[in-house]
Design a protein around this ligand. Structure first.
Ligand code: C2E
Ligand code: MG
Ligand code: MG
Ligand code: MG
Length: 288
């Protein structure tokens, strides 16, 4: 009996694994198709400066609506793209699209910073810095208009190699942020070694502010740490007025979240935020 059950368990396990494998392969294929046919889209989520109350930039977030799979969240497909390696091509598309859009907006007189996410494999390319520099030059965009969002886990993987790249990027004038700060390997020593400009407090710590005492303590500590190190700090996932006022009282520099706006298409973003200069400020009350 035991033997039989063991065998059927094994078969069951194997079938599950095949399904997992199949859908990964399918997804990988679908992603390559989407790249080839230019089916990925980019949405842009506004970011606000708490000192001026104005929008200062956006974060570019990839979107994918597949004809068979429907809307697939980047939370689902980015990790699979990272495993298969196709993230390198996707990441290149992201960088090109974000830089081109930033150049366009800036040419139209809208001074906006463009933040975009860079994943590990993409950053590990030996010519990554050159790729960024080439794209900026091709679009005649000032390097300080872009903000590369990297996670802690990416940065600490090969510290010496990464340090060279980060220094080269910083020398170029590109801004560097640590995304999802606090969720990775929290060795604080690299904060002083890396030429980064901003910490992005992860949404999981912003949730339940100010009621959750641990989150309140963590967020307070991160903001103080950032300022003590002369870094900017932004909170992501701000959804409520209570969160906004808590973060504002702590002198968090910047905010991003559904309280202000979700990520939206170029058309929506332009309609809501660029058509009338007044709109830039009116979405965020300047706090005292
Ligand atoms: P992330 O870089 O930390 O991006 C923030 C995520 O939080 C976005 O989800 C954004 O839509 C969402 N968000 C923003 N404000 C709020 C809020 O107030 N409440 C809640 N609940 N969520 C909020 P999204 O677009 O689904 O992206 C998820 C993750 O996928 C990103 O996390 C990033 O790690 C990855 N990702 C997205 N686009 C790209 C990309 O172009 N390249 C790479 N490498 N990764 C990407
Ligand atoms: Mg990000
Ligand atoms: Mg983040
Ligand atoms: Mg996050």
């Amino acid at each position: 009996h035991v033997k039989e059950r063991g065998r059927s368990d094994f078969r069951f396990y194997q079938r599950q694994m095949n399904i997992g494998l199949l859908s990964r392969m399918k997804l990988d294929h679908a992603m390559r198709q989407a790249l080839e046919k230019n089916l990925f889209r980019m949405h842009y989520q506004p970011q606000f400066d708490l000192h001026t109350g104005k929008i200062f930039g956006v974060e570019a977030l990839i979107r994918w609506n597949d004809k068979d799979l429907g809307e697939v969240s980047p939370v689902q497909f980015i990790p699979i793209a990272e495993e298969s390696g196709v993230i390198v091509q996707i990441g290149h598309w992201v960088m090109q699209t974000a830089i081109r859009q930033a150049a366009l907006w800036n040419q139209q007189g809208h001074t906006l910073k463009m933040g975009f996410n860079v994943s590990g494999l993409q950053f590990q390319q030996s010519n990554f810095v050159e790729l960024v520099a080439a794209e900026l030059e091709a679009n005649n965009l000032s390097p300080d208009c872009i903000d590369l969002e990297l996670t802690e886990s990416v940065l600490i993987k090969d510290i010496d190699e990464n340090l060279k790249k980060l220094n080269a990027l910083a020398k170029l004038g590109v801004k560097l942020s640590i995304d999802d700060f606090g969720t990775g390997y929290s060795s604080l020593s690299y904060l002083k070694r890396f030429p980064i400009h901003k910490l992005k407090i992860d949404r999981s710590f912003v949730e339940d502010l100010p009621e959750d005492e641990s989150n309140a303590a963590i967020v307070t500590a991160i903001i103080h740490l950032a300022h003590a190190l002369k870094l900017q700090v932004i909170a992501e996932g701000v959804e409520t007025e209570q969160q906004r006022s808590f973060l504002s009282a702590l002198k968090c520099d910047e905010l991003q979240g559904y309280l202000f706006a979700p990520a939206m298409s170029v058309e929506e973003f332009e309609r809501h935020f660029l058509q009338d200069a007044h709109n830039l400020a009116c979405h965020l009350r300047v706090s005292s």
